[in-house]
Unconditional design. Structure first.
Length: 336
């Protein structure tokens, strides 16, 4: 899974600057025009069987392939998270037009000529971000047309099918459920709805009494990073489920809290996790690890997060729909 490399490499792009390397052009209307990508084919991010040692060469190659997608997200997130996002605002209207262009092209819903898993995995990690953008447009007063809804559903259905058949039971599968729940907030899909409910219960059951997750401990030096990603996915999934009318039990809330507490303890003292993971743990050194939890964590994040983690100054969840505070607020407003 390449989320570590991609998140750490992404820089904030000024959406309406024409930068040669980003692939941004401008239509006669003055709106940014970013060519859609029908499929996503990437190189494996890791050079070891555990998925803990990043291949720098493959990471660099993948970041170039990802440039159009990164620019797409930066452009739209910048417009939607502005204080005056609404129909009639030129920047937001341009973003909505761009979203429609990518929908009409069926972006990321075509199979690659040669099968490879990394692109599918990354597409699955991007899916929740596309769904959140749809929710933010709706919250800003826009009406998603048929092609937009069909596109978002198809992307989500392909991802649900991939993880229903696959053996992965770690954070990637939780992210898949998160996308499924978010798409159901936009439009009902019984298959995806059942999938997210199944995975929610799997994710809660996977949190041990000490707050750690066995599958993520197997990631060696990346164990802490992937515990954080698992928590991030679980928090967004929980918020989407609340918007759908689910109410988690006190026991489920306590399990999520245990995961957050265990991560906070590890940020301050990694020895326990290092013993269990049998590796020197990588401590996240950038806001890319905190940008989702900063917006969705709330009282789950205890004093250890504040004392040993990075300051809560970055809420821009890059390629996850933008400002995570705004994303959480929209879902909370829809809570039944």
């Amino acid at each position: 899974m390449g989320i570590v490399g991609f998140r750490s490499l992404v820089a904030v792009v000024n959406c309406f600057m024409l930068v040669a390397t980003t692939g941004v052009a401008y239509a006669e209307s003055g709106c940014p025009s970013i060519p859609p990508m029908p499929t996503l084919e990437l190189k494996s991010m890791y050079s070891d069987s555990k998925g803990s040692v990043i291949s720098s060469a493959n990471e660099d190659a993948n970041s170039k392939i990802m440039d159009p997608i990164v620019t797409f997200f930066r452009t739209i997130e910048h417009a939607l998270d502005g204080a005056d996002a609404h129909p009639g605002n030129p920047e937001t209207d341009c973003a909505f037009q761009l979203f429609g262009q990518w929908a009409n092209a069926g972006t990321l819903t075509f199979e690659p000529h040669v099968y490879e898993g990394q692109g599918k995995v990354k597409r699955g990690l991007l899916n929740p971000g596309f769904q959140i953008i749809g929710l933010k447009f709706r919250a800003a007063g826009y009406t998603l047309n048929g092609s937009m809804l069909v596109w978002l559903r198809k992307m989500d259905q392909e991802n649900v099918e991939f993880y229903t058949k696959g053996a992965n039971r770690a954070n990637q599968r939780v992210w898949a459920a998160t996308g499924a729940a978010l798409n159901n907030v936009l439009q009902r899909d019984p298959v995806a709805l059942a999938f997210q409910d199944q995975v929610w219960h799997e994710a809660i059951a996977a949190i041990d009494n000490d707050g750690l997750i066995a599958a993520e401990l197997e990631r060696g030096q990346q164990a802490l990073v992937y515990h954080i990603y698992s928590l991030s996915a679980t928090l967004v999934l929980e918020a989407a489920r609340n918007a759908l009318g689910y109410n988690e039990s006190a026991e489920e809330r306590q399990r999520v809290k245990k995961l957050a507490v265990a991560i906070g303890e590890t940020l301050c003292d990694s020895h326990k996790m290092e013993e269990l993971a049998k590796a020197k743990i990588r401590i996240p050194d950038g806001q890319w690890a905190y940008e989702v939890t900063n917006g969705f964590g709330g009282d789950r994040l205890d004093a250890n997060w504040l004392r040993c983690g990075l300051p809560q100054t970055d809420f821009n969840a890059r390629d996850m729909g933008g400002d995570s505070r705004r994303s959480a607020a929209i879902l909370n407003e829809l809570r039944h």
